[in-house]
Design a protein. Structure first.
Ligand code: GH3
Ligand code: MG
Ligand code: MG
Ligand code: MG
Length: 300
């Protein structure tokens, strides 16, 4: 695999001469963003999501080790590889940098050809790990997160809600009368409709922390952090309307001749010892209730 052309690199160093040296080594091949202190580096990393960070260690204010720690702690920037480029040369410093999760450690003064080669190598590795994540966590038919993502993310959000004493909500969704749709239009048309429904649900989630996934065949699930039952029911009704408004023609629909979904909502503020599977079971039960009472609606 070739290194991606013109990747976006963030160079962080408080000495203009060091920035200049890295810029000269790399600007022919890549787009370079520059930060001259730790705070600026963190803001740029979050805002521009570079493919790789070249990070000085000794800086006034937030030093490079702390920048690395914070990049790792933030879900938005965790995947960005960090290479320390530093005047510190001891074995202990290098070990400490690598233990923090940096992918490489380069000492100054830099050798341009070596820096270029190492950067290329780490960009290829990043590209491969991105591809792997994508294959592992994204549903190929609809392009939305898959069941594996749901399980991981639900676990993490459950633990966070428990830690912070907050409510967490689930919405379980099932497309109505989908078998007759397939029978009538064929599986290819069914696939296409599923793609549209998935996009409609994804677009209907408004808050940045909300996540949806394809849970199974024609089933989807949403995780809403920091949301109670009333709030989640409101979201569920909005999603139901959004799918209805796609106006996907469906001769065997229970409602208005268009494709609809049924939704089940449950929320809980987790206590130690509570089982997250129980919340899933409650949302499922409400989904069943929505089906039983006529479909094309949300129950909580
Ligand atoms: P209900 O309103 O009770 O949910 O009825 P339904 O017909 O949707 O329920 P049922 O579970 O009987 O049918 C689900 C159908 O979804 C059957 C299955 O073939 C279809 N399905 C599941 N995954 C896919 C897919 O990826 N593509 C297509 N085209 N169809 C799928
Ligand atoms: Mg420095
Ligand atoms: Mg189903
Ligand atoms: Mg169904």
């Amino acid at each position: 695999m070739h290194a991606p052309l013109r990747s976006r690199l963030l160079v962080v160093d408080d000495q203009p001469a060091n920035v200049q040296a890295l810029y000269q080594a790399l600007a022919d091949e890549h787009q370079i963003l520059v930060a001259t202190n730790g705070a600026q580096a963190l803001a740029l990393a979050r805002d521009k999501l570079p493919d790789l960070v070249l990070l000085d260690i000794v800086m006034d204010g937030i030093d490079g080790l702390e920048v690395c720690r914070r990049l790792q702690a933030d879900e938005a920037t965790r995947q960005i590889p960090v290479i320390f480029v530093t005047g510190l040369t001891s074995e202990a410093d290098e070990a400490r940098g690598l233990e923090l999760g940096a992918v490489d450690f380069i000492t100054k003064p830099i050798h341009p050809a070596v820096v270029r080669a190492r950067v290329r190598t780490h960009l290829v590795l990043k590209q491969q790990s991105d591809l792997l994540r994508q294959l592992a966590l994204v549903d190929p038919l609809t392009g939305v997160p898959n069941r594996r993502f749901f399980d991981e993310h639900f676990g993490a959000e459950w633990r966070r809600a428990l830690r912070e004493g907050r409510s967490i909500a689930l919405i379980m969704i099932d497309v109505d009368a989908f078998k007759p749709y397939n029978d009538h239009y064929g599986h290819l048309a069914g696939d296409h409709a599923l793609q549209r429904v998935a996009r409609g649900i994804a677009a209907g989630l408004a808050r940045p922390g909300d996540r949806m996934a394809r849970y199974g065949g024609e089933e989807f699930a949403c995780i809403l952090p920091d949301t109670d039952t009333a709030g989640a029911l409101e979201v569920a009704r909005r999603l139901g309307r959004a799918v209805h408004d796609l106006a996907i023609e469906h001769p065997h629909s229970p409602l208005d001749g268009v494709m609809t979904i049924s939704l089940g909502v449950a929320a809980q503020t987790p206590k130690p010892g509570d089982d997250p599977a129980e919340l899933l079971r409650c949302a499922d039960e409400q989904l069943y209730e929505a089906k039983r009472s006529g479909r094309g609606r949300a129950c909580a």
